[in-house]
Design a protein around this ligand. Structure first.
Ligand SMILES: Nc1ncnc2c1ncn2[C@@H]1O[C@H](COP(=O)(O)OP(=O)(O)OP(=O)(O)O)[C@@H](O)[C@H]1O
Length: 252
């Protein structure tokens, strides 16, 4: 299982004089499920991109089980255990479902694909093209693809935003099950506090740009949890009574 430490002094984009992220410092424990909530445009995707190595900045300190890495996990030859699920499924439209997963595997691992498709309920759709699938089915393919490499660290960027409520609920449960089976360490970006309470062990609240951590809460509710269950709603109400500033644009 993987522990991740993140320390970012400030992150600027080339075309802007305003920092996107500032003084961000946190650790994600092995197997922990952390949700990140913040206003639109505050830099949540930028943060995931920095953790994955798609973006970087001077003075960043990222470490992965106490080994520092500068170039990002995606570029670290020894570490192939990063999964990244984006808002859009990002499937190759000219490849079948099976071929989309084969793309990131070695041929001697192709035997895993049937089992993965069965786990996401797509055992009969392996030969379909993405255009023949619904949005929820495409997202399930991207989940199967992310889990194909057996990620020890999984980054998710508002993956369930565009789905209808029952499909999103099913996929949240699937995510919880897959992560629990494998001990995956997870960072999940969302703007939905109820979703964060349902999924996470800890919620990190970020401020507007330049974005930093304004609050962290351990979600000390037993599992399995309920979406909009009484205990979950009470927990949310208590949080907002105690920290009313979190209402200022930080949640739905
Ligand atoms: N490649 C880029 N080049 C320049 N500016 C960028 C780039 N990517 C993001 N930004 C800017 O950085 C800021 C943070 O963007 P980011 O996508 O990280 O926010 P976010 O919190 O994920 O937003 P949302 O919740 O709306 O998805 C925004 O002002 C955005 O315009």
């Amino acid at each position: 299982m993987i522990e991740l430490k993140v320390a970012i002094k400030d992150k600027y984009y080339a075309n802007s004089e305003q920092a996107v992220l500032a003084q961000l410092d946190f650790t994600v424990k092995p197997g922990e499920f952390v949700a990140i909530i913040g206003p639109s445009g505050c830099g949540k995707s930028t943060l995931l991109n920095m953790i994955s190595g798609l973006e970087s900045c001077e003075g960043q300190h990222l470490s992965y089980n106490q080994s520092a890495y500068q170039e990002g996990i995606a570029n670290n030859k020894e570490l192939h255990q990063l999964g990244y699920i984006f808002q859009q499924p990002r499937l190759m439209p000219w490849l079948t479902v099976r071929e989309n997963i084969e793309l990131i595997l070695q041929p001697d691992q192709f035997h895993k694909i049937d089992g993965l498709l069965a786990q996401v309920g797509l055992e009969n759709e392996g030969e379909y093209f993405p255009s023949q699938l619904s949005g929820g089915m495409q997202l399930r393919v991207s989940i199967a693809r992310a889990f194909a490499i057996n990620p020890q660290l999984l980054l998710l960027d508002e993956p369930f935003n565009s789905l209808d409520a029952p499909t999103a609920a099913r996929l949240r449960q699937l995510l919880i099950d897959l992560c629990a089976q494998r001990g995956t360490t997870v960072i999940f970006v969302t703007h939905d506090l109820q979703e964060a309470i349902y999924l996470a062990d800890r919620i990190i609240f970020m401020s507007d740009s330049p974005s930093t951590i304004v609050h962290q809460s351990i979600v000390d509710l037993p599992r399995p949890r309920k979406e909009s269950g009484v205990a979950e709603l009470e927990w949310q109400a208590q949080l907002l009574v105690t920290y009313p500033q979190l209402l200022a644009g930080r949640i739905d």
